[in-house]
Design a protein around this ligand. Structure first.
Ligand code: URP
Ligand code: ZN
Ligand code: ZN
Length: 457
């Protein structure tokens, strides 16, 4: 089947030009001018930008109390064609069993393509030894948690160092959640003992220094083991500064931040009653000066990608406040997979904080490279025809009524946005028109390759 997307303005991470895209079946065949050429379908994209479908490299469809892939329709309408999801490992499960279980669930329900990162949660010797097998299972990255002490997610330093050695040996991308668990535990106890239990104290119990210290420690361990490192969801200018310093000294240390750390701040937690619970996530929302430092981090290339860290907590706000006793018991997580494109575009490109090319880099091309998704994230011949046609004209407001994330609020309620996702193609098939899903739930598992970006650069 031949499809042509005509007359659009093509955006890549380095350029912008008027051209047509020729699609043959599920792949991009060529980019150029295809006048009078036969096609089964021709779509006119005049006045629109055309760029590669988003790669959201950090989602929780089913972990951390997040709703599962049945809500991944929100990714599709938001222009994200691949989500890279975290696979939870239950106690006693091998990594393979965890991956197979998660894959079955995703295969039944995914509206977009999906790939996986393994989360090491039941850290026994045989589980660590299984790291080398991951690429054979189609998974080439692991995440470990320096935070969440007392929960199955927490990993001690010894197991992190050991995992780094193995990751390095087999080309696995090592991802770390960097927050100092002891600082958080002590602060949490202090606040609760003083009856300082409001949602805002969730942020105060996880101070910037807890992230800064853990990022530093992670960098030292990565140096010790010569393991390339990818720090997930950084939230502060201090953490970014340390990553930048390590990189300037030649160490392979990379990072992502998330949409919410760019445009929301800790004031959101300071509400009357419990509204602030909507914004409880870890690391917490920070200060406005951190927001601006992170935008600069995109510009200067020290932040590789912007994910959503999408985690639509089952039951939404009502679940977060149910029998509220203090901030430490509230399920962590912020939903954002639907609006990652809109926030980056409207708050980033339209407000001239980033260029259109930088937008494409953090939205699709670099996250694909980070994850070892070698035929996604770019408009190039031979790549999967995952394509967004974006009309930059409509002025709109984000409203809960338009949300498909499956919960009772949107993180970005009342944000003004400029633009509309006109069309989304997934492997050459039109799945979204005017932000309405018209596909048939055809998300497919995508294997990721080892020795990806963090090893390359
Ligand atoms: O609050 C968050 N970020 N929830 C998801 C879990 C994580 O640490 O990424
Ligand atoms: Zn995390
Ligand atoms: Zn996360």
């Amino acid at each position: 089947m031949i499809t042509i997307i005509k007359n659009g303005t093509i955006l890549t991470d380095t350029s912008e030009f008027l051209a047509d895209i020729l699609i043959e079946d599920d792949k991009i065949k060529a980019i150029g001018n295809f006048v009078d050429m036969h096609a089964d379908y021709i779509y006119n994209a005049e006045g629109c930008y055309v760029f590669a479908g988003g790669i959201d490299e950090h989602t929780h469809f089913g972990s951390f109390h997040g709703l599962s892939f049945e809500t991944s329709i929100a990714a599709a309408v938001g222009g994200t064609t691949t989500v890279v999801d975290f696979v939870p490992q239950r106690q006693g499960q091998t990594l393979l069993q965890a991956i197979e279980e998660h894959r079955e669930e995703a295969e039944r329900n995914a509206f977009v393509d999906f790939a996986f990162h393994s989360m090491l949660m039941d850290i026994q010797t045989d589980v660590l030894e299984e790291i080398k097998m991951l690429p054979q299972y189609g998974v080439s990255s692991i995440k470990m948690f320096m935070a969440y002490k007392g929960s199955p997610y927490y990993a001690n330093d010894q197991s992190i160092i050991y995992a780094m050695k193995l990751a390095k040996k087999y080309g696995i991308t090592m991802m770390l959640h960097a927050e100092n668990a002891d600082i958080i535990e002590i602060k949490t106890k202090e606040f609760i003992s003083k009856q300082l239990i409001a949602p805002y104290y969730h942020a105060k119990a996880r101070p910037a220094i807890a992230e800064k210290e853990a990022v530093n420690r992670a960098i030292q361990y990565a140096e010790l083991t010569a393991c390339p490192l990818f720090i997930v969801h950084i939230s502060t200018k201090d953490a970014l500064h340390n990553i930048q310093k390590a990189r300037m000294q030649g160490q392979a240390v990379f990072c992502e931040s998330c949409t919410h750390y760019l445009v929301l701040d800790e004031e959101m937690l300071k509400t009357e009653r419990l509204e602030g619970c909507k914004y409880i996530c870890s690391p917490p929302l920070r200060k406005k000066e951190d927001n601006e430092a992170l935008w600069k981090g995109i510009k200067n290339g020290f932040i590789q990608s912007i994910s959503s860290d999408h985690c639509a907590v089952k039951g939404g706000y009502q679940r977060k406040i149910y029998k509220y006793s203090d901030f430490s018991k509230v399920a962590n997580g912020i939903a954002g997979v639907q609006n990652r494109l809109h926030i980056l575009w409207s708050e980033g490109v339209c407000k001239k904080r980033i260029t259109k090319q930088e937008f494409v880099r953090v939205f699709s091309s670099r996250p694909a490279e980070i994850c070892g998704l070698n035929i996604k994230g770019k408009l190039l011949p031979g790549y999967d025809a995952d394509i967004v046609v974006y009309n930059p004209k409509p002025l709109r407001i984000i409203k809960k009524e338009d949300s498909l994330e499956g919960i009772d609020y949107t993180t970005y309620e009342n944000f003004k946005i400029q633009g509309m996702v006109e069309k989304v193609f997934l492997r050459g098939k039109l799945i979204v028109e005017h932000e309405q899903y018209i596909g048939h739930k055809e998300g497919k598992f995508q294997k990721t390759k080892p020795y990806a970006y963090c090893y390359d650069k």
